[in-house]
Ligand binder design. Sequence first.
Ligand code: SF4
Ligand code: SF4
Length: 407
Amino acid sequence: MQTSLADFIRDTPDGREADAILRKCVHCGFCTATCPTYLLLGDENDSPRGRIYLVKQLLEGAAVTASTRLHLDRCLTCRACETTCPSGVRYGRLADIGRKLVEERVARPFWERVRRRVLAEVLPRRMLFAPLLVLGQLARPLLPRRLAASVPAAAPAAGAWPAPRHPRRMLALAGCVQAALSPDINAAAARVLDRIGISLVEAKGAGCCGALRFHLNYQEDGIDDMRALIDSWWPHIEAGAEAIVMTASGCGVMVKEYGHLLRDDPIYAAKAERISAMTRDICEVIDAEFERLAPLLGKRSGRTAFHPPCSLQHGQAIRGVTERVLERAGFELTPVPDAHLCCGSAGTYSILQPELSERLRRNKLASLASGSPELILTANIGCQVHLQTGTAMSVKHWIVALEEQLQ
Ligand code: SF4
Ligand code: SF4
């Protein structure tokens, strides 16, 4: 695609990056076939190709309107289009650059700004989010049915976290919402890794990975969260932690991009690059260590549907690894049609775009149920909670289910 970027952006880092991405797009439209919003709405402006064109116009100096913002807001940032694109167009980065500019130029209505600010302030702060969640759970019986259904159930007990006792150590991210919604996930990961000779530790004071604020378009605040997390992790890395293990693929995809997002930061660039390079999804760790786990596996499990989050299969391009681990561990995986499509969770998307999110969840739950499973497993807290609030079937993180298989 030919480009002619406007003076205001051409010679900036964002401008150069966007230009390189735009020039790769040959406008073939293959990506439209796997874009969830295009499949639902049938509007070219709600497809990757249409959005690429909108961002191109914006970068070339065209007027920006609320309509441009709407079509970018409706994008889930699922990055299914990146998996499909034969030309390697990094749509996600282009969308980030476009959204930042649109946010600066088209003011949102007052209440929308308030709502986004509240989400950006509350969700990344566990000390605020956790008590509000408990309040919501207590008030559930008094809430209207639709609202009550959106409040996640009380968190399962985490169980004991094994004391660090192995020479091999890895770092886990306590994170923000996951620690309140499902503290059992990291605890289960710690117990499984402990059984195979790896101690998992959480850094004191480590907070949000930055994804929540970055994707709400408070990009500078998100970058500040990244710097704070690097500071919390760094002493552990210097002390010899061999990897950073992610149990939420939505955080994993963000941390793996630290090196790129902080590449021009004179203080953090080198640290960010090292942190991205040593970050692994928990499925990558278990897959690599599976031989040590195999003798510990006991009873076989029943029919199970696995939902691979977009942040895992598209964002991190990890496809088939969790499924391989589960099958080797004795889970009987059921076929899931359209497994490449988003479930509609997508960070705060389910709150900000409830109608589209609900349609995607309905479709996803129908696909997951089509093989008659007894259980649904996934790899990201957002997908887990979003799917669970729409079905009576149990939805869990796969590492929790794997731990239940151990003798
Ligand atoms: S993003 Fe890729 S698949 Fe989509 S139109 Fe451009 S080149 Fe084609
Ligand atoms: S990121 Fe997902 S929703 Fe957005 S354009 Fe790409 S495929 Fe469509």
